[in-house]
Design a protein around this ligand. Structure first.
Ligand SMILES: O=C(O)C1=C[C@@H](OP(=O)(O)O)[C@@H](O)[C@H](O)C1
Ligand SMILES: C=C(OP(=O)(O)O)C(=O)O
Length: 431
């Protein structure tokens, strides 16, 4: 479905959507437990895929139609053999977390996903499961889904690269807690996207499970039980989603844009506040109230590493297109392994809008000075973050911008277009 956006000014307040990363973990942790009530859960295409997997393993997930909370019945640490293939749809987090759950099953699990997910790397996780004594293979022998996993594994020590996806580590820590022996992970490389493992450790702690950093990597003791405090869990707001609302305020704010539900957590993407400040934005984060206020400001290019914050790259690229001078985004190689290669997708699609960029394997430089944003027909590449970032660029382009594939926002931010419409964006959604 296309969306056509005209140059617009934004103002007013918006509620941050719930965190996708925390919701995935809370649903699966509740599955590993006997169950839990999950409040403020994100109900999006990706989190529905994780709910589907918990159901396939013998749990159940029901959503309250009035307030949206989830009632999860768990499988108590003993996942049963799924009656069918598990479809992880477009969700890398689901596939990685659930592949490790599959290694606990006394039998065989088959996992697949859409074309994008079936092109993403799973090899290091499969190898780790084999090293733990399970069977794990890619049907095509290329390290990509469809995957076939046979357990059960009882734990042990494995080494794993840290520079492809942190989700392998999150997955093994979550599953390792209910193995007999626990799992020790030795990192073969430096860890990228590290804050996401901290998010995992935080959620595990809230479910009464201990996992820790070690000198070599991470470790989780076996024989633990998932048991959430008071049987419930509350999901915080999502800073990756918040980044689009703040970027809209920074480039197109008429009056102040105010985002609520922005409380501090382990999310690395809260770095967007600091990044905007460094670019010259007028921004205030009232942490105790969970409120961020931002007004339109003249932005300047900066150098920023996305080593810890890969999901911010598309937002930063759009900000760089509007800023004066160069914005140099470094440590970005792992951003190429997402729903699409986001480094080249942003270079190409912003290029269609008149933005000059220099792309290298590990970096993307946006030449703000040489760029003039013009409305154009652009492609969201079937990737929610590319769609949302181009939508923000469209606010300050000359003329209309039409983005193909607007429905993909359903992956992480289902109400995105309604929300920016309420902030004042002039948009029309077509076929
Ligand atoms: O664990 C998570 O919730 C995520 C980890 C990150 O992936 P990588 O660890 O693969 O970089 C991030 O890009 C993704 O959107 C969510
Ligand atoms: C990469 C993302 O998610 P996942 O890895 O779960 O597909 C994302 O949300 O940007």
């Amino acid at each position: 479905m296309d969306v056509t956006i005209s140059p617009s000014r934004v103002s007013g307040g918006a509620q941050a959507p719930p965190s996708k990363s925390y919701t995935h973990r809370a649903i699966l942790a509740a599955g590993y437990a006997d169950g839990a009530l999950v409040y403020d859960a994100l109900w999006s295409a990706d989190t529905r895929a994780t709910a589907g997997a918990v159901t396939a393993f013998g749990g159940d997930v029901n959503r309250d139609v009035d307030d949206g909370h989830l009632t999860v019945d768990g499988f108590g640490g003993r996942p049963e053999v799924p009656a069918d293939v598990i479809d992880c749809d477009n969700s890398g987090t689901t596939m990685r977390l659930v592949t490790a759950t599959s290694a606990l099953v006394d039998g065989t699990t088959v996992l697949t996903g859409d074309a994008s997910l079936r092109s993403r790397p799973q090899g290091p996780l499969l190898e780790a499961i084999r090293d733990l004594g399970g069977e794990a293979k890619s049907t095509r022998g290329n390290g990509q889904a469809p995957l076939v996993v046979t357990g059960p594994v009882s734990g042990g020590s494995v080494s794993i690269p840290g520079d492809v996806s942190s989700q392998y580590i999150s997955a093994l820590l979550m599953a390792g807690a209910v193995t007999d022996e626990g799992i020790e992970l030795e990192l073969e490389t430096q860890l990228k996207s590290a804050p996401y493992v901290d998010v995992t450790i935080e959620v595990l702690a809230d479910f009464g499970v201990d996992a820790e950093h070690t000198e070599e990597g991470f470790a989780v003791a076996g024989g633990q039980s998932y048991d959430p405090t008071d049987g419930e869990y509350h999901v915080p707001g999502d800073f990756s989603s918040i980044s689009y609302l703040l970027a809209a305020g920074a480039v197109a704010g008429d009056e102040t844009v105010r985002v609520e539900g922005a409380y501090p957590s382990a999310q690395g993407d809260s770095a967007i506040v600091d990044i905007l400040e460094r670019m010259g934005a007028e921004i205030d984060w009232h942490q105790e109230d969970g409120v961020i206020e931002i007004s339109r400001s003249d932005l300047e290019g900066i150098e920023v590493s996305v080593e810890d914050t890969p999901d911010l790259l598309p937002t930063i690229a759009t900000l760089g297109a509007v800023a004066d001078g160069d914005t140099h985004i470094t440590n970005a190689e792992h951003v190429r392994f997402k729903e699409t290669d986001r480094v080249s997708a942003m270079a190409d699609e912003l290029g269609r809008m008149g933005v000059e960029t220099t792309e290298e394997r590990e970096s993307l430089t946006i030449h703000g000075d040489d760029s003039h944003l013009s409305g154009a027909a652009v492609d969201g590449r079937g990737d929610h973050r590319i769609v949302m970032s181009l939508a923000i660029a469209a606010l300050v382009a000359d003329g209309e911008t039409t983005i193909a594939g607007s429905e993909h926002v359903d992956v992480s931010f289902p109400g995105f277009f309604e929300m920016i419409g309420e902030l004042g964006v002039d948009l029309e959604r077509g076929d």
